[in-house]
Design a protein around this ligand. Structure first.
Ligand SMILES: [Zn+2]
Ligand SMILES: [Zn+2]
Length: 214
């Protein structure tokens, strides 16, 4: 099995977790034995998040999508953003807040869970004063039961074999949808592929906005 960062292998990771006997869980209660918490920090692309969400839904998996409320890349208040949140929920997923510290606004539309974007060590694992869950606080974070695909690199290797073998007591698995939905052998190539797709999307939006593109 090739450990490509593409949606086909993401589907294989989900299948491996299921073959290993895991159930999918969310950030509520303490992590239970035999569960995988699928966490997605959506840094750049709602389209990528929706594509990943469909794959999970088809595999009967549910995840928590952390969307940025102050992103320069997408706008949750746009029709596109509102539709994306609705579709994620329709597919059975949870939707929570991904934000730059300390701007975790109380947003009643989102689940009471927060993941910080590019956190510094000082506050990375600190609980929030208002009782919402920080995904990196105890007991939801433990280095032994955490894997992340940051910048298209698994620090401890792709976890599909360990998932299939049931080797983790439980796991928080952080993946960034953009890395899997767009293709490139390196993060730089993947980002350029995303920008190519983005250009097409923007041209379509300009057309819909009655801009003369002739
Ligand atoms: Zn793999
Ligand atoms: Zn982020």
């Amino acid at each position: 099995m090739s450990c490509a960062f593409d949606l086909a292998h993401y589907g294989e990771l989900i299948a491996a977790a299921q073959a290993g006997g895991y159930r999918f869980a969310h950030f509520e209660g303490a992590p239970a034995q035999g569960t995988v918490i699928l966490r997605h920090d959506v840094d750049l692309s709602l389209d990528a998040a929706l594509r990943m969400a469909e794959i999970e839904h088809d595999a009967s998996a549910t995840a928590t999508y952390f969307l940025m409320t102050e992103s320069v890349f997408y706008n949750l208040d746009s029709t596109e953003g509102v539709a994306a949140i609705a579709r994620l929920r329709e597919l059975g997923h949870r939707v929570a807040q991904h934000v730059v510290y300390p701007n975790a606004s109380q947003d009643n539309c989102l689940d009471p869970v927060v993941s910080w974007h590019n956190p510094d060590p000082e506050y990375m694992r600190a609980p929030l004063a208002d009782g919402r869950i920080n995904v990196m606080q105890e007991p939801w974070f433990d280095p032994a039961t955490y894997r992340s695909d940051s910048n298209q690199h698994w620090r401890s290797g792709c976890p599909h074999d360990e998932l299939r073998a049931g080797a983790f007591p439980w796991l928080q698995l952080l993946t960034h949808p953009e890395i899997w939905a767009f293709h490139g052998a390196t993060m730089g190539q993947t980002m350029r592929a995303m920008l190519d797709a983005e250009k097409e999307r923007r041209l379509q939006q300009l057309h819909e906005d009655r801009i003369d593109l002739s």
